[in-house]
Design a protein around this ligand. Structure first.
Ligand code: NAD
Ligand code: MG
Length: 392
């Protein structure tokens, strides 16, 4: 039987690792085509030597020599630099996994869409900033999108089984992050090493900080709007501390259908890689007790700055989600580099949105092009850096 070929963009990250675990356990079904990394050459070398891909790409060009020297295969194809990652995306694969963090993942996504296969997408920042363009391109080239983000994957599964029903509301569950009950005084003392630990999920550093500020859920509202083509008012956030319910959909026939499971990315990623067939082997016992004591709290989004900013951005559309994402990426990086405090993150994002939206004028009915997205993104990054510099 022909094996399914898979390209993984962001192979050395948390989502990449999960995907490779599934591939490792199913070597008879999957083969690795492309693996990419930003700077982590050691890990990329190990993965290349283990999975024997067709091509590898590293964004940090200074590492290409080590990559070449330490990979065992003679016929491996190498790419380097941000351009190299995009070139690697032009290699046809049955499945592309978009697991780069940040808008850095957008160009490889748009390139891979042109070359067929399913697009399994975790890279929410690209959907937030360029969801419409990604969908437009996918339609043009007949590419199918399968969400990997756990909530969106759960909702995708629910919708697949209920195609004839009309969606009334989509509920995104939020763990609330590690600091949900912290006072402002406690939040003031939060350090990067505290923020990168999530009580329920093991994830990369940026998304862990986003979970702690709740911006992750804000971005996910915008992500859901694009993925499920609903009005943003239909997307609601529920605080659900246990992270067992991943998505709930209310339909027009009053059915409330939820998807439950242990908080582990292995399930959504496995679902996506085996889609549409499901995976019949490797049945695991389901512990029904995980459903005990679940709680769901409908919140007033106005009390959570991140949700408020994301909600306003999605309502205004146009350049706003791009600015929201760019300023958040910059602010989170600055926090991780200890240039700003945890509480500064959202203050900086808010200031940046106000400032940049006044300085950039794009007609509200303008159909955004990729070039426009990067222009706005770049402007927002520069301004956010300036705002951070002034606070410093
Ligand atoms: P991570 O930091 O663990 O990994 C990021 C990957 O992207 C690494 O392989 C890194 O080398 C690569 N990368 C980073 N910057 C790059 C650049 N400029 N050019 C090329 N490659 C670059 O992140 P993660 O937690 O795996 O998250 C990846 C994406 O998936 C994010 O958008 C995140 O929001 C989303 N996501 C992650 C999880 C999770 O459980 N980790 C869950 C849902 C969604
Ligand atoms: Mg999520």
């Amino acid at each position: 039987m022909k094996r399914t070929s898979i390209s993984i963009f962001g192979a050395t990250g948390s989502v990449g690792k999960t995907a490779l675990k599934i591939i490792r356990e199913n070597k008879d079904k999957f083969k690795v085509n492309v693996l990419t990394s930003n700077t982590n050459v050691e890990k990329l070398v190990d993965l290349a030597n283990e999975f024997n891909p067709f091509a590898v790409a590293i964004a940090d060009e200074s590492k290409i020599k080590i990559l070449k020297e330490e990979t065992a295969s003679n016929d491996l194809i190498y790419f380097a630099g941000q351009g190299g990652i995009i070139e690697a995306a032009s290699i046809n694969s049955d499945i592309t996994i978009a697991a780069i963090v940040g808008l850095a993942g957008l160009k490889p996504i748009l390139e891979s869409v042109k070359h067929g296969g399913n697009l399994c997408i975790a890279n929410k920042e690209s959907i937030v900033a360029a969801g419409e363009i990604i969908y437009r391109e996918c339609e043009k080239y007949g590419t199918r999108i399968i969400p990997l983000d756990s909530e969106h994957n759960a909702i995708f599964q629910i919708l697949e089984g209920n195609k004839d029903l009309e969606i009334r509301k989509i509920y995104l569950t939020a763990s609330g992050g590690p600091f949900y009950n912290f006072s402002k005084e406690d939040l003031r003392k939060v350090r990067p090493e505290d923020a990168v630990k999530n009580p329920n999920w093991s994830m990369g550093r940026k998304i862990s900080v986003d979970s702690a500020t709740l911006m992750n859920k804000g971005l996910e509202i915008i992500e859901a709007k694009h993925l499920f083509k609903t009005d943003d008012d239909q997307i609601k956030v529920l605080i659900h501390r246990q992270s067992i319910a991943h998505g709930i959909v209310a339909f027009n026939n009053n059915a409330l259908i939820g998807s439950f499971g242990k908080p582990d990315m292995i399930y959504p990623v496995r679902y996506a890689l085996f889609w549409p067939n499901g995976q019949l082997e490797q049945r695991e016992d389901i512990d029904i007790n995980i459903l005990n004591d679940l709680s769901f709290i409908e919140i007033d989004e106005n009390n959570f700055i991140a949700l408020k900013l994301a909600r306003e951005s999605v309502k205004r559309g146009n350049i706003y989600p791009i600015i929201l994402n760019a300023s958040n990426e910059v602010a989170v990086r600055s926090f991780l580099e200890e240039r700003i405090s945890f509480l500064d993150i959202l203050v900086v994002v808010q200031e940046s949105i106000e400032y940049v939206s006044k300085s950039i004028q794009i007609r509200s009915n303008h159909k955004m092009k990729v070039k426009d997205i990067f222009e706005v993104d770049n402007e927002a990054r520069i301004k956010t850096d300036e705002i951070i510099e002034m606070r410093h």
